[in-house]
Design a binder for this molecule. Structure first.
Ligand code: NAD
Ligand code: LMR
Length: 340
């Protein structure tokens, strides 16, 4: 790293880096999976004191990988230091719900994390900072961080629904007996929760309408239900929540944001494929503007752009509205707590 002609490192801050998703993500980021084989990275590992040993151990292992692209590894416990100069901020660390905790308690506990982190990003991150919130409840945590960073353009704050998108693609390919590369046009709408709407209305399998291939009853019923509840299925079967697939989705999200979705398809004249991203609403599809909701989007020139103009039938409308209503209720709760 640092040889003649090599670009300056991109600084990636991972909060909760001593935890499971952080551990699964950092080795792939350091090996080039996020920005490609020619782009050095500097890693900042942000933890709370209880999690520092985990981050320190991971840092030792990073050294032992001798990754040619890894310019440096720093560990911080203060958000001001952790986000200093960050180009990409992965907000993974959050407060899990524990026995006896009400949802309002969970939102308040997370407000105490994402408010200060938003302020630290506002004051210390690089001008081009891109933020991805993974820690649950991801959409509302992203809203809290965004509202606490008034000097950062609002559209730099996103939440992860790429895992739901990838689940939807993987399960559709499996059912259809098709290759993942043959699937296009899947959308996750709304919240990263069980109210999300995995939508096959515009999806295709090798160019054929997906709902014709798998049947509308399954596609809008058992399939959508399974995608929306996949997190719980993983917890039940693995005995712990998703880790490697979540880290993989976070890397997919940032890679597409920075490098662009579907550049290859765009040059062939076909419309570039889209993915699903939780973005501050532009008002498209009737989603209120102050919510961070999942929509179909492409990244063009480093910016997410909502795929507009897709037809929304009555069934889809009701499903989108239900998940957006849940996001509005979460927003109202954090507003009542004075967090936004
Ligand atoms: P984990 O418990 O293994 O790790 C979380 C880490 O965050 C811990 O090391 C903890 O010390 C740290 N942490 C807590 N508060 C912090 C703070 N204020 N600053 C910095 N670090 C802090 O959990 P995990 O398995 O890595 O999951 C992390 C989060 O991601 C959870 O909220 C989980 O529900 C969520 N998740 C989201 C998705 C998604 O698709 N959006 C998928 C899977 C998991
Ligand atoms: C997931 O989708 O796997 C995570 O958000 C964990 C969960 O609680 O579902």
């Amino acid at each position: 790293v640092g040889g003649a002609g090599s670009p300056a490192p991109i600084t990636v801050t991972i909060s909760g880096a001593g935890g499971q998703i952080g551990y699964a993500a950092m080795f792939r980021i350091a090996s080039g999976a996020m920005f490609g084989p020619d782009q050095p990275v500097a890693l900042r590992l942000l933890e709370i004191p209880q999690g520092v040993k985990g981050a320190e151990g991971a840092a030792l292992e990073l050294t032992d990988c001798a990754f040619p692209l890894l310019a440096s590894v720093d560990i911080a416990t203060a958000p001001e230091r952790g986000f200093d100069g960050a180009n990409v901020a992965l907000l993974v660390g959050s407060r899990p719900r524990t026995a006896g905790m009400e949802r309002a308690d969970l939102l308040a506990a997370n407000g105490a994390i994402f408010g200060p982190q938003g302020r630290a990003i506002n004051d210390h991150a690089a001008e081009d900072v891109r933020v991805l919130v993974v820690g649950n409840p991801a959409n509302t945590n992203a809203l809290i961080a965004q509202r606490n960073a008034p000097d950062v353009p609002a559209d730099r704050f996103t939440a992860l629904t790429r895992l739901d998108h990838n689940r939807a693609v993987g399960l559709l390919a499996e059912r259809a007996g098709a290759a993942v590369a043959d699937i296009s046009g899947v959308t996750i709408w709304g919240n990263h929760s069980t109210t999300q709407y995995p939508d096959l209305s515009h999806a295709t399998v090798a160019g054929r309408p997906a709902l014709d291939v798998v049947g509308a009853e399954w596609g809008r019923g058992a399939y959508a239900d399974r995608v929306a509840k996949r997190g719980a299925e993983i917890i039940e079967v693995r005995g712990g929540s998703s880790v490697a697939s979540a880290a993989n989705a976070a890397i997919d999200h940032v890679r597409d944001w920075v490098l662009g979705t579907g550049n290859a398809a765009a040059t062939s004249g076909a419309p570039a494929p889209w993915t699903s991203v939780s973005l501050p609403s532009t008002g498209a599809y009737g989603i209120p503007e102050d919510l961070i909701a999942s929509v179909p989007a492409r990244s063009i020139n480093g910016q997410w752009q909502v795929v507009e103009g897709l037809s929304v039938d009555e069934f889809s409308r009701a499903r989108i509205d239900a998940s957006v209503a849940e996001l509005a209720a979460e927003r109202d709760q954090v507003a009542a707590l004075g967090l936004i």
